[in-house]
Ligand binder design. Structure first.
Ligand code: C5P
Length: 235
């Protein structure tokens, strides 16, 4: 997949999202629809944004027993997202069930990625709250390898982990990386952050950028800056 910037459209309504995307005249950025928008608007928002010509990463991070995840994925199948995802913490059987559920009778399916550890999680939280004694990087790599064994296409991880994941799981195993901030930008609730340029250097395949674009004074300019730094495209 060619390097691209995915805008995390974490808005609370479809109207706000469509108005935001309307500012990108002549451009159709790759859009991430997360829980906030999906729960507020329902599946129709995915169809609406796809109908407007955008690629969609449907970021619902499924995490449940295998049968439930399989059936939920089947319910999402006809929305034709380009990418969707699960939590790797659900285990290999759950990830395999996700693949089964999302695959259409003709064998086609979107890309499926697994969240390793959220980019808001740090090693102290893992040790103190989640009781995971292994280090952050070790855990992320183990989860990524498990996702690869389940047949998934890649992982959602921090750009800081992309180099090792590519080394361990292969160059074509996708790294979709949130936790992106411009130099001097506000980290907010993200713990493991990099700039778009560093994400490129570290080998991220797709970067997910929310607030640095959606809260910018000029979102189109911020998007172009991101695209240029990360992929060399854009004005
Ligand atoms: O605003 P910001 O750039 O921090 O947005 C990042 C987006 O990526 C959010 O929509 C968040 O849910 C998502 N995400 C993340 N870390 C992960 C997986 C997804 O930040 N590990």
């Amino acid at each position: 997949m060619t390097k691209d910037v995915i805008i995390a459209c974490d808005f609370s309504s479809g109207a706000e999202t469509i108005a935001f995307l309307g500012r990108f005249t002549g451009k159709k950025p790759f859009v991430k629809i997360g829980m906030e928008l999906f729960y507020a608007e329902g599946p129709k928002i995915v169809r609406d944004i796809k109908d407007r010509g955008h690629k969609v990463f449907l970021d619902l991070k499924l995490h449940d027993i295998p049968n439930t995840v399989k059936r939920a994925m089947t319910a999402l199948r006809d929305l034709d997202p380009d990418i969707t995802n699960v939590h790797a913490a659900g285990g290999r059987a759950m990830m395999e069930a996700a693949l089964e559920g999302i695959t259409k009778p003709d064998g086609s399916r979107p890309l499926i990625t697994a969240v390793t550890q959220l980019t808001s999680v740090n090693e102290r939280m893992m040790k103190d709250e989640l009781l995971i004694a292994s280090g952050l990087e070790e855990t992320v790599i183990a989860y990524a390898k498990n996702a690869a064994k389940a047949g998934l296409d890649g992982v959602v991880c921090s750009p800081l982990e992309a180099v090792t994941i590519h080394k361990e799981c292969g160059k074509s195993f996708l790294t979709v990386t949130p936790g992106i901030r411009f130099t001097g930008g506000d980290a907010g609730d993200q713990a493991r952050i990099t700039t778009p340029a560093l994400a490129k250097e570290l080998g991220s395949d797709l970067i997910v950028v929310g607030r640095p674009i959606t809260s910018a004074e000029d979102p189109v300019q911020a998007y172009n800056k991101c695209l240029k730094e990360f992929s060399g495209k854009g004005e």
